[in-house]
Design a protein around this ligand. Structure first.
Ligand code: SF4
Ligand code: SF4
Ligand code: SF4
Length: 257
């Protein structure tokens, strides 16, 4: 099979997995941002009085699935399954400063996702994930969202507007939320360092930079923010992008990051 045919097949596989994930996770993802009363959403569903929330059934499965996928395939959850990541991908198509944010700024801002993960860990473990909003028990989609905003405490409103602002920044800087802000992205980025499989640049890489220009997250295989999506694989002129196991690392990768 030719390189471009393989690339197309991978892209279609990714689209199908994204569609299935959207169907399964979109509502849970939406409620985590707009209705979850806890400081850190998605992780305290067992203690939540809102019985109609899809998180009641899904949270543990999703949490364990994300952690397992991180150990196996690094940030593949971001590239294949996260509804917020898909929104970022959509915004990235029209982002104003595409290809303009790189180097020093991107490196420093990239620490934001680790900081966000540490803040979440502090809120969860040290402060026992306090409630920052009144749990709204009504199940209706829009009505429960409006009621939550109406009855939320200032800290919940601050958190939610920070998240919404960072998401909208994706219209300016591609994948702003995923690259610089998302705590889940920060945790998965750490797990990625130990993951079994990831796309890597093989030793025959000529450093042409095409993969970086093709990549929506403006990175290269296996480097910071690479989600293992494989979109760049078919674009490499020397076929140097390979999905490799941990034992298959190459010299090129070790020098680059
Ligand atoms: S970084 Fe966060 S929001 Fe972005 S795709 Fe990954 S988990 Fe989703
Ligand atoms: S496109 Fe291929 S050759 Fe060019 S920098 Fe990326 S991995 Fe290296
Ligand atoms: S470097 Fe390639 S595999 Fe990694 S996120 Fe970018 S396009 Fe996807």
């Amino acid at each position: 099979m030719s390189r471009s045919a393989k690339g197309m097949r991978l892209q279609w596989t990714r689209r199908i997995i994204q569609a299935v994930s959207l169907f399964c996770l979109a509502e849970f993802s939406y409620y985590g941002i707009f209705r979850c009363p806890f400081a850190v959403p998605y992780v305290s569903c067992a203690n939540c009085p809102v019985v109609q929330c899809p998180g009641k059934k899904l949270w543990l499965l999703v949490l364990l699935g994300i952690l397992a996928s991180g150990l196996l395939f690094g940030r593949a959850f971001c590239g294949y399954s996260c509804p917020v990541g898909m929104l970022n991908e959509l915004f990235g198509k029209v982002a104003v400063f595409k290809g303009k944010i790189s180097g020093g700024f991107a490196r420093v801002a990239g620490f934001g996702k680790y900081l966000a993960a540490l803040v979440c860990a502090y809120l969860f473990f040290a402060m026992h994930n306090p409630r920052w909003a009144v749990p709204i028990r009504t199940g209706e989609f829009i009505k429960s969202t409006l009621l939550t905003f109406e009855h939320a405490f200032p800290l919940w409103l601050a958190r939610t507007f920070i998240v919404l602002g960072a998401l909208l920044m994706g219209l300016l800087v591609p994948y702003f939320f995923c690259r610089f802000v998302c705590p889940t992205g920060g945790v998965l980025e750490v797990l990625k360092r130990f993951s079994l499989f990831r796309y890597r640049m093989a030793d025959n890489c000529t450093d042409c930079g095409i993969c970086n220009r093709v990549c929506g997250l403006e990175t290269r295989p296996a480097l910071d923010n690479c989600t293992n999506c494989g979109e760049c694989k078919g674009a490499c002129p020397v076929n140097a992008i390979e999905l490799k196991g941990a034992a298959g690392s190459c010299a090129k990768q070790q020098t680059d990051g």
